[in-house]
Design a binder for this molecule. Structure first.
Ligand SMILES: [Zn+2]
Length: 324
């Protein structure tokens, strides 16, 4: 029997860790599947829920599918909507809608660096994700849709389920958080609160100042978020959607593609994870106590660097493999 200790043991452990990372960094063989539930979950204080479970399937050499199983239910805020599908259930109606939006999106989803494609498909064999249909006047999120939700927003929300984070600046609407950590949604922030929104010099995100008349301090729920390029489905979904349909651009950056297709590969996702670790969850957990954005310690994530990293690489974009 051989015993290992000290630095040799450390070397062996590092080798095993690197090796298990590299398994998830290689493209799967054609016909292989991977349920992302088997991937190790981050247990870091402020990184959690890297994605909801989905199933990856290598359809052919150039196309990876992400299979998701959406089930639509009436949420607590649901107050009815005008259906164009009389007679079909809410679930069937929104599934059909999601399906048609994803079919269009699939024509425009590829890695700009390699031209390889991602297809997102609804599949009842994948782990089920329940999505509530809520009120008309509410902003959609990945677990609750406005009944009038458009394709660009459905695709944006589905991409959240697959691990992508928001990269837009909260300006006109959003959640505020009180010092006690209570959240409140406002469709027009400056009007609702009566204070000017100021922009943080360090990370470029917006902050709300103290309201002198009410002596209340407000901050935005997501003001630690790293701001990505404007033309991104995770920043401005409507403009980006239209631009992809009109101009044939990919809806995804390479960083987005890698995060979805190689969710277990730490090396491919290193910078994306680093800069998005402080989206909603991180902010909620840390702001009430520390009042500090942890991201500020990672200078790479400051505006221009992060933006450059997740940009769609328009100059270097290769032709995608033909969509079939
Ligand atoms: Zn979002």
């Amino acid at each position: 029997m051989m015993y290992l200790s000290g630095s040799k043991l450390r070397e062996v452990i590092e080798f095993i860790e690197q090796d298990s990372d590299s398994i998830f960094c290689e493209q799967m063989k054609v016909g292989e599947s991977l349920n992302t539930e088997v991937l190790p979950t981050e247990t870091d204080d402020y990184i959690e829920n890297i994605h909801k479970p989905y199933v990856l399937y290598q359809k052919n050499e150039n196309v990876t599918q992400a299979k998701i199983n959406l089930e639509f239910v009436e949420g607590a805020n649901y107050s009815g909507h005008s259906s164009s599908h009389a007679g079909s259930s809410l679930n069937d109606e929104f599934k059909a809608k999601a399906n048609s939006c994803l079919s269009e999106a699939n024509k425009h989803m590829y890695d700009p660096a390699t031209g390889k494609r991602l297809e997102i498909v609804l599949d009842s064999s994948a782990p089920k994700q329940e999505i509530e249909i809520g009120a008309h006047n509410h902003r959609s999120n990945s677990g609750e849709y406005n009944p009038n939700i458009e394709c660009s927003a459905i695709v944006h929300e589905v991409l959240h389920l697959l691990g992508l984070k928001d990269s837009y600046r909260e300006e006109q609407s959003g959640y505020t958080m009180s010092d006690a950590g209570d959240l409140e949604f406002h469709s027009n922030l400056s009007e609702a609160i009566g204070v000017e929104i100021k922009f943080d010099q360090v990370n470029g995100n917006s902050v709300l100042v103290k309201d002198p008349s009410s002596d209340k301090t407000y901050s935005l729920k997501s003001d630690c978020r790293s701001i990505g390029p404007m033309f991104s489905i995770m920043s401005d979904n409507q403009t980006t959607w239209q631009r992809s349909i009109d101009g044939g651009r990919s809806l995804l950056s390479s960083a987005h593609f890698n995060k979805i297709v190689y969710p277990g590969c730490k090396t491919k996702n290193y910078y994306y994870d680093l800069c998005t670790k402080e989206d909603d969850n991180g902010t909620l957990k840390n702001k009430p106590t520390s009042g500090q954005c942890l991201k500020n310690t990672d200078s790479f994530c400051n505006d221009s660097n992060f933006s450059k990293y997740i940009s769609h690489g328009y100059q270097n974009q290769v032709e995608p493999v033909p969509y079939e």
